[in-house]
Design a protein around this ligand. Sequence first.
Ligand code: HEM
Length: 410
Amino acid sequence: MEPPAPVVIDPAGRDIHAEAARIRANGPVSRIELPGGALAWSITDHELARQSLADHRFSKDPRKHWTDFAEGRIGEDFPLIGWVLMDNLTTSYGPDHTRLRRLTSSAFTPRRVEAMRAGVEKAVADLLDELDSCEPGEVVDLKARFAHPVPARVICDLFGVPAEERAHLLRGGEVNVDTTITPEESAANVEQWHREMQEFIDAKRRNPGDDLTSDLVQAQEEDGSRLTDSELVGTLHLLLATGTEPVMNLLANATRALLTHPAQLALLRSGAVSWSDVIEETLRAEAPVAHLPFRFAVEDIELGGVTIAKGEPVLINFAAVGRDRTVHGESADTFDATRPGKEHLSFGHGVYRCIGMPLARMEAEIALSALFGRFPDLELAVPAEDLAPQVTFIMNGVQALPVRLTPQAR
Ligand code: HEM
């Protein structure tokens, strides 16, 4: 039987859940066509995704294990080239991955994260104070005014990014998740982002501080074999971007879910469900990272009834995995914080699991509880169906989240 035609991915991410359902209808592991025409496999099944995430036969290094890239058929004209040319944990495999992971993960242990609590509370309180000055009934974009700046402040404080450099150092990561940009824009973004990060590192080398960038610079100076210059730049790209973008989406997605499901909000207010329930259910039903990073088969792999050939790229569809009906039943698409289990893989699994998971959960709990506590009348300022999705198929969020914090003056 002919295999089904690959689902052509919408680069604008206009409806990632409907798209995930179409991919799943072709099989638990099925072909997709990426922007630019490259073919990849998408895994939508929870159990197969879990197995693949822990399977060392999948590499993340395109230079060594993506045949079309290594042989020049994928090049500068690939629209997602920014994700391939990065030199960090998301593009490394085996001993290189272990080495980079050891350097960074120690900064995000539960104990270290607990020590960041006061800093997160302060960032949240300051931003809520700024929002307090809004006029009654004024419409505010909560994504721009709260969901983005909370994690941005936290991660930039941690890495010692001066206030005046924050916007442009984070900008490269924001552009990188827009999957509608042209290959030229993507390559230019990578080039500029690399240069700006290098300047930031050079300044830290001259003037170290009590921050994680200075720690990484020092680790490199003590022993150059621990981190190359290119890996230092790539690691900072990754940590500043992942420290901000997915947490922003988690905050915005949870807020949208509560404001569009008043019965769920009432359960939260009555104590019948906890903030942790709301956060885990949001992670399940609206995975903030929808469809990335790349993996590559280092040998032929039989999975879900297909053969993934050596050298072919694979994406785990985290947005689909969280809504797998074999795990969550017929109500998989429904946001329900009372759901037992709430199994998801939205932080990954196995040796590549997100190192920022404890920080992200802590930020979400502090930020969301303080927001809803300070503004009990919080409401959407537009009908839910008018909220435009973020322009990307690899992340899952909204373009903007217009709300009223307080009722309109009479
Ligand atoms: C809600 C927020 C977040 C979500 C949903 C999320 C999700 C993910 C996912 C899906 C992966 C890929 C796992 C894989 O490919 O196997 C990942 C990896 C990673 N995340 Fe997060 N992340 C979040 C927040 C953060 C934060 C706050 C940081 C810290 C700065 C962070 C740092 C990383 C790093 C460094 C990796 C690469 C790990 C590796 O390859 O070993 N993330 N994350």
